[in-house]
Design a protein around this ligand. Structure first.
Ligand code: EPU
Length: 341
């Protein structure tokens, strides 16, 4: 079913609760409706696709068409003792699918518990948390290709996944593919991912055979609650900035500069990844409030709209100030993780 709404208020469609509107909002419940919807939008009208709006900052009203998939459904495609392949509709809430998997003792997505967003967008953004990224479990992404006007399937490899990145975000492809379903490979055998330090501390000594996906799920949800604002109560878009990667020399310079303080970092193939949260914290932003916006007091990587009154300008001004201060102190220009519309 296709629903079309004119002059639509997007406040409830973006978790930052920016009070913005779009020209037209169109929602669909079946993949077959996508080609029909696309051909109904005039070529000169701008359009964009949203999921749960949990990683977006609308900087003003959107004059064009906002599309949203309400395609539901979780279906087992194949099942062996080693692997269960599951197809999930792009409009399913990611955490509903995660709970579904944990309820069935299927491993693979439990570390992503509590992550905001819907299945389609999580495959675009390659969401990640507590040692797991969506790309670790995605085997295929099904989409409609607007240019060639045909349904296509991307293998995991073809998605070109990276840190919060995929082919679906690349400038040449952005907006071209409308995702209607995602296939995941889950594991029936006990196989917890305990690489994240807090999870290792909690479960490292346990006999893994006794663990269930729900054990990890509960721990992850508790960890999230201890650091991140509750999306139902405090509007935000999660991590506002990406964690930057710098060269070894740059990292050494920072280490010398911050003499006596341990600089948290992860070594990656591309260089040294330094948590943006740590740098923002060092610049003194934690808990900072200005007008209607604030830096979350437990995790400075998150900008919040605590009174639901913030304007996009207030958010962007605070963003600029944070970027400037981190650049001055560390010589690193942070990039937003949140997509600015
Ligand atoms: N830190 C501080 N002060 C703080 C908080 C953190 O110095 O107040 C430092 C600590 O050294 C800590 C480090 O920052 O060890 C990293 O913090 P954390 O492990 O909480 O993770 P993060 O790098 O801040 C990333 C993701 C989160 C994800 C967590 C957990 C990005 C941009 N963010 O945050 O994702 O939940 O890891 O895996 O990669 C999101 O994308 O919206 C998101 C919340």
């Amino acid at each position: 079913m296709i629903t079309t709404l004119d002059n639509y208020n997007l406040t409830e469609r973006n978790t930052f609760a920016m009070k913005v509107k779009c020209g037209v909002f169109m929602e669909y419940t079946k993949a077959e409706e996508i080609p029909f919807i696309l051909s109904s939008i005039r070529k000169d009208v701008k359009r964009m696709h949203i999921g749960a709006g949990s990683n977006l900052l609308f900087t003003s009203d959107y004059p064009g068409v906002v599309l949203h998939s309400a395609i539901k459904g979780i279906k087992i495609l194949s099942e062996t003792s080693k692997e269960v392949i599951v197809r999930v509709g792009s409009g399913e809430t990611m955490d509903d699918f995660i709970k579904w998997a944990c309820d069935r003792q299927l491993w693979g997505v439990e570390n992503l518990s509590g992550i905001p967003g819907e299945v389609g967008a999580s495959a675009v953004q390659n969401v990640g948390a507590y040692g797991t990224e969506a790309c670790d479990v995605i085997v295929a992404v099904h989409a409609f290709d607007e240019v060639d006007r045909e349904f296509v399937t991307f293998s995991n490899e073809k998605c070109r996944y990276g840190y919060r990145d995929s082919i679906f975000k690349k400038p040449n492809f952005k907006g071209r593919y409308i995702i209607h379903a995602v296939d995941y490979a889950l594991r029936p055998e006990v196989s917890p991912t305990l690489t994240y330090p807090a999870l290792k501390t909690m479960f490292g000594d346990r006999d893994t055979a006794t663990l269930t996906p729900h054990d990890i799920r509960e721990a992850v949800i508790a960890t999230r609650a201890s650091k991140l604002p509750d999306p139902a109560k405090v509007p935000s878009a999660g991590s506002f900035f990406k964690n930057p990667v710098v060269t070894e020399e740059h990292f050494e310079r920072i280490r010398q500069q911050e003499e006596g303080i341990e600089v948290p970092h992860y070594k990656t193939a591309a260089g040294y990844k330094i948590p943006a949260a740590w740098m923002i914290d060092r610049c003194g932003w934690k808990g900072y409030e200005e007008g209607n916006v604030a830096v979350w007091h437990l995790q400075p990587l998150v900008i919040v709209n605590p009174y639901r009154k913030a304007s996009p300008d207030e958010v962007v001004n605070l963003e600029k100030k944070i970027i400037d201060s981190v650049r001055q102190r560390f010589g690193i220009t942070l990039s937003p993780e949140v997509e600015h519309i």
